[in-house]
Design a protein around this ligand. Structure first.
Ligand SMILES: Cc1cc2nc3c(=O)[nH]c(=O)nc-3n(C[C@H](O)[C@H](O)[C@H](O)COP(=O)(O)OP(=O)(O)OC[C@H]3O[C@@H](n4cnc5c(N)ncnc54)[C@H](O)[C@@H]3O)c2cc1C
Length: 381
């Protein structure tokens, strides 16, 4: 297949990619089976990634970040997801850091960002509740102002990095009489926090190395100065403004997964033989792969543009929604074909495409479901 290089790549990023690939191959890949078994990655891998400057790569150096831009982050997502490494919740960690960067007070940024960048704190974002996901305004977790604290009661579900998280960006109702304006984000440090409890590892069909859990808040108190941006009622607007960044990450991961699965499938069909020839020689294989690599290339071209727009600060919500629903739908379609071309081996967990196939299913659900993406696009028409 002809070599395609993203227009945003350059020599510096190529060196960065080599370092990231070395780290991922040496420190992550050999542990993935164990991490899937135990339902979480090792805490120490976060520290190691932090030491290499891979966490918060696009956060300014004055806050402990690597001072790069979204292209540096993109390289890490690509190197992880083309290898099917779905346990390391870097995306959510990075999104949590960006809420702080974009909306936090100077004191909040200085207090928390360096610790997120070093891997001392692992970030999570807790919006979804057992009773509501897509309809965010209907959340019930309540934070009541009592003197100079907030008293929190409620629970969250499906929280990525839930077990390892030291810092939770917690979406709460500060004013139950209001809709969107009644929401706030609280910055919650979880260590030794009385009344805070992490539930069991949720038994997911895929992404089994990812510590997705429930979180419980039973009369939890946090200081009043932990409202993101120091102003109540801004939560919904803060979430909305950062959604393009979050959706670009999900889309990019989907594209990288397609590319990784196709490279693996190409290798496989050239080796595997049936009826006296390589599987790759059947016309069906050739046409299916021709379609799949076309889809992956179209997706790549679109996501490359989105990456450049994130760097420029111009990625809008509608374009990001388009990228998210389409690439994840295509990820599902391409992965299904990769499994099919592997025959029975494609259904076995020890094969990369099998793990990628089950891991892919949720990408149409989280980060805003694909139906909600279409709703957002349709509203703009
Ligand atoms: C592995 C995993 C990780 C996750 N990580 C996080 C996390 O870190 N933090 C977090 O807060 N949440 C997280 N989530 C939650 C995820 O974002 C929600 O599951 C998702 O937003 C959907 O919400 P729901 O599950 O309540 O489904 P519902 O909102 O109940 O939706 C059910 C179905 O109805 C459809 N639907 C709903 N409303 C409409 C509408 N208006 N028009 C058309 N169709 C509609 C949906 O598209 C879906 O198909 C995660 C989920 C999973 C599975």
């Amino acid at each position: 297949m002809s070599e395609y290089v993203s227009p945003w790549m350059n020599d510096e990023l190529a060196i960065h990619r080599e370092a990231v690939a070395r780290f991922v191959e040496a420190q992550m890949l050999p542990n993935d089976a164990q991490w899937r078994e135990q339902h979480h990655v090792g805490r120490e891998i976060w520290r190691k990634a932090g030491e290499l400057g891979l966490l918060c790569a696009d956060i300014p150096a004055q806050y402990g970040g690597a001072g790069g831009d979204f292209r540096h982050e993109a390289v890490l997502y690509e190197e992880l997801h083309r290898r099917g490494l779905s346990g390391f919740g870097q995306g959510v960690h990075s999104i949590a850091a960006h809420y702080l960067l974009n909306h936090g007070t100077e004191e909040q940024k200085c207090r928390f960002l360096p610790r997120l960048a070093s891997g001392e704190l692992i970030g999570a974002i807790a919006m979804t509740e057992p009773g509501t996901g897509s309809d965010l305004q209907a959340i019930r977790t309540r934070a009541e102002r009592v003197a100079d604290e907030y008293l929190i009661n409620g629970s969250k579900i499906f929280i990525t990095n839930g077990y390892l998280a030291g810092l939770v960006m917690l979406v709460v109702k500060t004013d139950p009489t209001q809709g969107a304006k009644g929401l706030s984000i609280l910055i919650v440090e979880t260590k030794d926090l009385e009344g805070y409890r992490v539930g069991r590892f949720l038994d997911k069909i895929g992404q089994r190395a990812q510590d997705t859990t429930e979180l419980f808040f039973d009369n939890v108190c946090v200081p009043a100065d932990r409202v993101l941006g120091a102003e109540e009622g801004r939560g919904f607007a803060q979430l909305m403004s950062d959604l393009p960044y979050e959706r670009a990450i999900v889309a990019l991961q989907a594209v990288a997964a397609m590319e990784g699965a196709l490279a693996e499938t190409l290798r496989y069909v050239k080796e595997r033989r049936a009826f006296g020839k390589a599987i790759a020689e059947f016309q069906n294989t050739r046409f299916e792969l021709a379609e799949a690599v076309t889809i992956a290339r179209v997706a790549r071209t679109f996501i490359d543009r989105c990456i450049q727009q994130v760097v420029e600060g111009t990625l809008d919500a509608v374009t990001a929604s388009m990228a998210k629903w389409w690439t994840t739908d295509m990820q599902h379609r391409v992965l299904d074909e990769c499994v099919q071309l592997h025959g029975g081996y494609g259904y076995m967990n020890e094969y990369l495409v099998a793990r990628m196939y089950v891991d892919a299913r949720v990408t149409r659900i989280y980060g805003g479901t694909n139906e909600i993406m279409k709703e957002l696009i349709a509203r703009s028409l």
